[in-house]
Design a protein around this ligand. Sequence first.
Ligand code: FAD
Length: 352
Amino acid sequence: MTQEPGVVVIGGGQSGLAAGYHLRRLGVEFVILDAQTGAGGAWQHAWDSLHLFSPAAYSSLPGRLMPPQPGEVYPDAGHVVAYLADYEKRYEMPVRRGVRVEGVHRDGEFLRVATDSGTWRARTVLSATGTWGRPFIPGVPGRAEFTGTQLHTVNYRSPAEFTGRRVIVVGGGNSGAQIAADLAPACDLTWVTQREARFLPDDIDGRALFDHATARRQALDAGRTDTGGVAALGDIVAVPPVREARDAGLLKAQPMFSRLAAGGVEWADGTSSEVDAIVWCTGFRPALSHLAPLGLRSTRGHIPTEGTRAVDEPRLHLLGYGDWTGPASATLIGVGRPARDAAREIAALLQA
Ligand code: FAD
């Protein structure tokens, strides 16, 4: 049977919930479809030692402050999952779990949302499927020849399985630095980055990054000069475990190896090293394959948007994937504003 709410939100992580909060406030009828069986989106799959890079109060969705985690300035992923589960319950979010959207299709004045558990038809769709479902590993020569273990950030859990082994962590972002810091005391670690590792000053955490993103948005809104994205400040937030490992001399990044071979890596100077495992902390791409039937233009994996609205399909909004769907929209605190703007546009469209 086909169901017909006004809006289908695809994805029940923080972005989908923030959208739901604002849609509810505007009296819009909606449903949230989420592929997973539990609340919390990607945070359910974080590695054991992952902590936020902002204190709880700076990691809140609209309407409800994240409570502090006892004994922790920077909450862990389990605390985020509990917060999102509580948020969902408190606002009685209409989340349908275990429903994977397979394709969004044009269907006259509707968009038809085909899933593995039935079909929905909606006047508007908001896609909030995140990036965790699409890990990215660069095409490095010899990768298929390597006979050791290879895993991506999404599969990393803890140093336990790497004790005493020779491990290379690839990636100069926050995941790379945090996982390298996690592994350094336990194994024979080499950390490689494509460009020089750039630590943010120690007194800068997610709060300052958010303030910077806010100032940028205000400048752009006022037609002033672009102050640049937060990347201009550096790449790695020196959260306490990263700072400790760096100060202990355990986090010295080397330039990337030139190729992989069966038993290890070859370096640009022609030398080689034997390696047991490689952890690719090389990022993510937006998980957008369910939108393929719409045939929208896409540039480097991004669908062109005005705010959150797809330029080529005004009944589609995209939320939470990165700065291209709103400044800091891929963060807990940053997604609130683009979620509000998207909900307002959607409500106006439904009333037209
Ligand atoms: P997700 O949390 O990925 O949720 C998307 C949901 O959609 C999932 O439940 C997924 O199962 C579902 N879904 C996907 N495809 C489909 C489909 N086809 N059909 C149905 N459901 C689908 N942000 C901060 O604010 N502070 C931090 O300290 C911080 N640290 C981070 C550390 C790491 C390592 C990473 C990767 C990110 C971090 N972020 C941080 C960024 C950000 O908060 C997360 O990326 C966040 O999970 C994005 O939320 P989302 O709701 O957009 O996506």
